[in-house]
Design a protein around this ligand. Structure first.
Ligand SMILES: Cc1cc2nc3c(=O)[nH]c(=O)nc-3n(C[C@H](O)[C@H](O)[C@H](O)COP(=O)(O)O)c2cc1C
Length: 289
């Protein structure tokens, strides 16, 4: 668990939100770039995403180089490593998944072609900072932002086998499929086993874990490490709480995706602070579900 914290604190994710971004947030109101020019279907939140601009083939080397430069900058800024974000509908994921990749050049069509952009980014970043400082995050089963694959097992297998070709790669981090509801309780499906078995290096699982389930999968050899999102957000001292089996702060969903970088992000109390008067805190964090 402590190793997981160290990795989280020291490795900065390199990601390119593009297609899911809105032009408002991009300099000069330009269209977000993507593997495709198909617009994302508005979701339940009624968010309307800008129509993306399909990257031309000749622009791709520059984008690959942007990842290389970002990795170099991160190391020079003092990070121990970088995590290449090939998950959750961001740019690399858009190229990999056949729902979002309708290209006819060497970056579209076959599985190998769809993964070419990801592989080129990993090659460039590994050459720049060394495999031992590069982790890769993948989510073959996730279908956010109209970004899903018709054969996630083949996609995940292809990618972990590619990752095996980088000796000493820091880790492969995979996101569990969406949780199933079984007898009214959320249940992790543990669908990453084939990838865990095929990958030769350190394997991190994430998505829906609590302390008990995390310990169990590490004991079982299903994962080497478990990464926590929401529990870490709500508990800045999560490894210590896990060690002590102490109660956890409840995270507050209503402050997850806001522009306030303090409320719901850096104001959850540490264990010692819990004794202080909570009335002085900006909000009460009582909404875990
Ligand atoms: C407030 C918040 C912001 C997040 N932002 C991102 C993000 O920018 N990119 C991403 O891929 N995942 C993001 N996630 C998802 C987490 O990385 C993680 O996959 C997810 O929370 C599932 O893990 P958990 O069940 O341990 O929370 C975010 C989650 C939360 C709660």
């Amino acid at each position: 668990m402590v190793q997981a914290q160290a990795a989280t604190e020291a490795a900065i994710p390199l990601m390119a939100p593009y297609k899911m971004g809105r032009s408002l947030r991009i300099p000069n109101g330009q269209a977000p770039i993507s593997s495709t020019d198909k617009q994302i279907t508005p979701d339940d939140s009624h968010m309307v995403y800008s129509k993306p601009r399909r990257l031309r083939t000749d622009e791709i080397p520059q984008i690959v180089d942007d990842f290389r430069v970002a990795a170099r900058n991160a190391i020079e800024a003092g990070f121990d490593g970088v995590e290449i974000h090939g998950a959750h509908g961001y740019l690399i994921d858009q190229f990999m998944k056949d729902s979002a990749n309708d290209r006819t050049d060497q970056y579209g069509g076959s599985l190998e072609n769809r993964c070419r952009f990801a592989v080129e980014v990993i090659d460039a970043v590994v050459a720049e900072v060394g495999a031992d400082r590069v982790g890769v995050r993948l989510s073959p089963y996730i279908d956010f932002m109209d970004c899903f694959d018709s054969d996630p097992e083949a996609l995940g297998s292809y990618m972990v086998q590619r990752l095996n070709k980088y000796p000493g790669l820091l880790y492969c981090h995979m996101v569990e499929p969406r949780m199933a509801i079984v007898e009214g309780r959320r249940k992790i499906t543990h669908g990453l086993l084939p990838f865990r078995k095929q990958f030769n290096g350190t394997f991190i699982a994430s998505g829906g874990y609590d302390r008990e389930e995390g310990n169990k999968v590490v004991d079982d050899g299903y994962a080497d490490l478990v990464a926590y999102g929401r529990l870490f957000l709500g508990n800045p001292d999560l490894p210590r709480r896990f060690e002590l089996n102490a109660p956890l702060n409840k995270y507050d969903r209503s402050t997850f995706y806001t522009h306030n970088s303090v409320v719901g992000y850096t104001d959850y109390p540490f264990l010692e602070e819990k004794k202080e008067d909570s009335a002085t805190r900006p909000h009460s964090h009582t909404n875990q579900s």
